[in-house]
Write a protein that binds this ligand. Structure first.
Ligand SMILES: [Zn+2]
Length: 177
C-alpha cells in the first residue's frame, strides 16, 4: 500500500490502470443504485461491496423509505454482506460508494475491517475520509484503510447536483437527510 499520510483535501486519489478499469466497472453499478434511489426521492448515493472480484452486496441510499437514519448505502451493503458471510468482519473486501462516506459510515467501514474503500465524489460538507475529517488514514486508529477517490467522480457528483437543483429552486421539498 502506498503511503497515504498526505491525502489531498480536494483532489482525486487515483489508482493506475488496469485497476482503474475494474474500479470504474463497479462504480458504474453503484451509480445505477444511486439513480434508483433518486427515483424514490432518496439522496442519490449507491454502494457495492466486492470480494476477490465478485459481488457481495449492492444497495442504494434508503433512510426515508426504511424510516432508518442509519440506512445509508454503505451500511446496507455491510449488513447484507456480513449476514451472507456469517461474519461481522469483512476482511479482504472492497467497498465502492458514489459519495465520500460520512462519519457514521466510515466508522462502520472500519469496524467491518474493509480492506479498500473506493469513492466517487468528494463531500465537502460531511465527508469524513478526505474532506472534513481523514478517518481511516490519519494514523489515529489501528485499522488502516486503502483509499481511492475520484473514480467516475464527475458522474457521481452530477447525479447529486441534478437531484438537489430542482429542490433548491423550490420545485420539490428537500428529503429529510
Ligand atoms: Zn453515511
Amino acid at each position: 500500500m502506498k503511503n497515504q499520510d498526505n491525502l489531498p483535501k480536494d483532489g482525486p486519489i487515483l489508482p493506475t490502470s488496469p485497476q482503474i478499469e475494474i474500479d470504474e466497472k463497479w462504480m458504474n453499478q453503484a451509480l445505477e443504485q444511486a439513480r434508483i434511489a433518486a427515483t424514490h426521492g432518496e439522496v442519490p448515493v449507491g454502494a457495492v461491496l466486492t470480494e476477490a472480484g465478485s459481488l457481495l452486496a449492492i444497495a442504494g441510499n434508503s433512510p426515508i423509505y426504511l424510516n432508518d437514519p442509519t440506512a445509508h448505502a454503505e451500511i446496507l451493503v455491510l449488513r447484507e454482506a456480513a449476514a451472507k458471510k456469517g461474519n461481522y468482519r469483512l476482511p479482504g473486501t472492497t467497498l465502492y460508494v458514489t459519495l465520500e462516506p460520512c462519519v457514521m459510515c466510515i466508522g462502520a467501514i472500519l469496524h467491518a475491517r474493509i480492506e479498500r474503500l473506493v469513492f466517487g465524489a468528494l463531500d465537502p460538507k460531511t465527508g469524513a475520509v478526505q474532506s472534513c475529517y481523514m478517518i481511516g488514514s490519519d494514523g489515529l486508529l489501528n485499522h488502516r484503510l486503502e483509499i481511492t477517490s475520484g473514480i467516475l467522480g464527475d458522474a457521481c457528483s452530477t447525479i447529486l447536483k441534478d437531484f438537489f437543483r430542482p429542490r433548491r429552486e423550490g420545485k420539490n421539498p428537500l428529503p429529510n437527510r
